[in-house]
Each structure stands twice: as C-alpha cells, then as structure tokens.
Ligand binder design. Structure first.
Ligand code: NI
Length: 188
C-alpha cells in the first residue's frame, strides 16, 4: 500500500472527465492495489472521501469512509468503507440544502454550496455487484462532491455567492456559526 499524492486545483487532470472502469478488471491485482492505495491516501490525508482523479488516475472510482461521526466535520452518519465504481446520481426530491465544503485538492479553503438533498446512488461494488442506495442531508452532499470529481468538476464551480468562499481560519472566525448546524462539511 502506498500513500499517493493528492493533486491540487490547477492541475489539469482534475478537470478531465474520468473513464468508466471495466468491470472485467474488478478483483485484478491492479484494481486491488489502486483501491488499497486510495484507502491509505484517504486515511493519510484525513479525508472522508477520495476520487481516483484526485490521485491523477482518470477512472470512475470513488472511496468513501466516515468512521468518526463527531469530529470537525460535525455530526455525520457512520459510513463504512465502500468503493463506488461508475456511480450515477439521481435526484429524487427538489429539496436542496447548503453546506460548507472543503476538498483535499483545494487545501485550506471552504465554500458554501447548495445541492439536492435526497438522492439515489447507483454503482458497482468492488465485487462487481450492482447496488443502489439513498442518501439524505450531508451524506447526499458528500456523494455529489465526490462524484463531481469524476466529471472534472470542483465544488468551487458550484459556489453561487463567492463571499461564502473562505480560508479555513476565516471560516472558523466568521462563518462557522452561520447557515446551519451542520455547516462544516469538509468532504474530501
Ligand atoms: Ni473534493
């Protein structure tokens, strides 16, 4: 297992739509190595989600793991480690909500983004099973943030009011108690 370097905003690879992963390669040595490196990298950087393009691998693979549910992230549903391959998102209600998001590829910054808050996620597991789940609230934001990386989109693209784009220190000083209780939601 290797901790890979997380590339940062400005690196062109973050802006390229990633390629669907061939299900025939699931379980291969190459696949297992990539997933274990992504997990190791996620832990080393202290994130809760990581998309393959963030380690400069242009494949539609995301890992998400939320172990500690009461941290600087606020109160988050416990979400065991899972690999999401070729995921798609369907919005199943019109309701949106905003959270402050952060990104390992945009270190030191936070921004307020509104997104649909009731979604269905369809994906392949690392064993090749087709799975669906529904996500609400903050977790719905986490999925959307991560899957955006697969399309070359960063959360900064979705900030409508740039007065709500902030360094972390200024966020803590001026914004942490605004908006909503779960306002702090550093996603990956
Ligand atoms: Ni991110």
């Amino acid at each position: 297992m290797t901790v890979r370097e997380v590339i940062r905003m400005g690196h062109p690879s973050l802006r390229v739509p990633a390629v669907p992963y061939s299900s025939e390669l699931l379980g291969s040595a190459e696949f297992n190595e990539l997933v274990s490196d992504m997990r190791e990298t996620l832990h080393a950087y202290g994130g809760i989600g990581l998309a393959a393009p963030q380690i400069d691998v242009s494949l539609r693979i995301v890992v998400i793991e939320i172990e500690n549910t009461s941290t600087r992230y606020g109160n988050i549903e416990h979400t065991p480690f899972e690999v999401y391959i070729n995921p798609t998102i369907t919005s199943i209600a019109e309701e949106t909500a905003g959270y402050w998001e952060g990104c390992l590829s945009v270190p030191g910054m936070m921004g307020y983004v509104e997104r649909p808050q009731h979604i269905r996620v369809d994906y392949l597991t690392s064993e090749g099973a087709e799975k669906s789940l529904e996500a609400h609230g903050f977790l719905a934001t986490v999925f959307q943030h991560e899957f955006d990386h697969l399309d070359g989109t960063l959360y900064v693209d979705r900030i409508k009011d740039l007065s709500l784009f902030s360094f972390e220190e200024e966020f803590a000083q001026f914004h942490a108690d605004t908006k909503n209780e779960n306002g702090l939601s550093e996603t990956d």
